[in-house]
Design a protein around this ligand. Structure first.
Ligand code: SAM
Ligand code: SF4
Length: 316
């Protein structure tokens, strides 16, 4: 479906849970998110009906996210059923990867072809500090599994935070030397629920180009500007939601675990699908797509996202 600004919406991000086994400082409060009544959350059948409604409107790509999608009890079944929906060509997952070693095989068998793996640092103390509860060893075991299990593509997403990991740009980027892995640096976004970082934390991803003068530009892919280190198997990507937003090319809508369609990540606008059948969901979704804002306002440490929800309740 084409929205009123001429953007073709082909991509749905489905958050299957707002809960997580980590507590990343930029994403969640230390105590986690408030538990919502089970009855308020989408059931597996409702999620699949929503995917069917989206596919009937032209969505071809589904990304399963969270919270942490791998802690959802029925995640393999959701992925398997979603992958079979007519019109869906690709099911991808975004994960912190801690549970991948025990789940990768089942996910692949269910039809998940691509993984985006979130990892901001290669330093064990920093990993424990940014995730509040995580162990880098487990994350690295998950990354190794992601790279060897047989997914068609693996990307590593690192949130770039001034004063925290901007001195790790090279080691993170050099993960692309040996493996066919795309490492993408993403600008920190000022979201509700996340810690209030100071202005100096919001650094543009162009800092990566300064740190790695050897990067060679490649053809860009969706929201990421892509580069390659000499001789590397994988690519380095820059994603700049703050310094250079990509609203004009935005092809996505989001569905939260409690059934709200968010036409724009940074707008407070939401449309509820909870309790609706296929035809009503399709109609509500079409309305949300037509009402998708042209652009979100500026974002900075002082000018926070207008989203009413934090990232863990949206899915990134
Ligand atoms: N738990 C999964 C994970 O971490 O990959 C999926 C959900 S998480 C909300 C999706 C992505 O959002 C992660 O890559 C995370 O780094 C990113 N994210 C969360 N809060 C962010 C923020 N304030 N700014 C930029 N990216 C953020
Ligand atoms: Fe959990 Fe992902 Fe948010 Fe980290 S970024 S707290 S792993 S949902």
């Amino acid at each position: 479906m084409i929205d009123r600004y001429g953007r073709e919406i082909t991509y749905l991000r489905l958050s299957v849970t707002d809960r997580c086994n980590l507590r990343c400082r930029y994403c969640m409060p230390p105590e986690g998110v408030e538990k919502k009544p089970h009855a308020d959350m989408l059931t597996e059948d409702e999620m699949i009906t929503a995917v069917e409604a989206a596919a009937s409107l032209g969505v071809t790509k589904l990304r399963v996210t969270g919270g942490e999608p791998l802690i959802k009890r029925n995640i393999v079944s959701i992925c398997r059923r979603a992958a079979r929906v007519e019109g869906i060509r690709e099911v991808c997952i975004t994960t912190n990867g801690l549970l991948l070693p025990e789940m990768a095989e089942d996910l692949i068998e269910a039809g998940v072809s691509r993984v985006n793996f979130s990892l901001d640092t290669l330093d064990p103390d920093r990993y424990a500090a940014i995730t509040r509860v995580g162990s880098l060893d487990r994350a690295l075991a998950g990354l190794r599994t992601a790279l060897t299990a047989g997914f068609r593509k693996v990307k590593l997403n690192a949130v770039l935070i001034g004063g925290f990991n901007d001195d790790e740009i090279r080691p993170l980027a050099e993960l692309t030397l040996r493996d066919d892995l795309d490492v993408r640096f993403i600008e920190l976004m000022p979201m509700p629920g996340g810690e209030a970082f100071g202005q100096e934390s919001y650094i543009p991803v162009t800092r990566v180009l300064e740190a790695l003068p050897g990067l060679r530009p490649e053809e860009s892919d969706g929201v990421a500007r892509l580069y390659r280190l000499p001789g590397a198997k994988g690519r380095v990507g820059l994603i700049s939601p703050v310094s250079r937003h990509f609203c004009a090319a935005c092809n996505r809508i989001r569905l939260t675990a409690d059934g709200r369609i968010k036409p724009c990540l940074h707008s407070a606008e939401e449309v509820s699908l909870k309790g609706l059948g296929f035809a009503e969901m399709r109609e509500a979704m079409a309305r949300a797509i037509m009402d998708k804002p042209q652009c979100h306002g500026e974002l900075s440490a002082d000018s926070r996202s207008l989203s009413a929800r934090g990232m863990s309740q949206i899915g990134g």
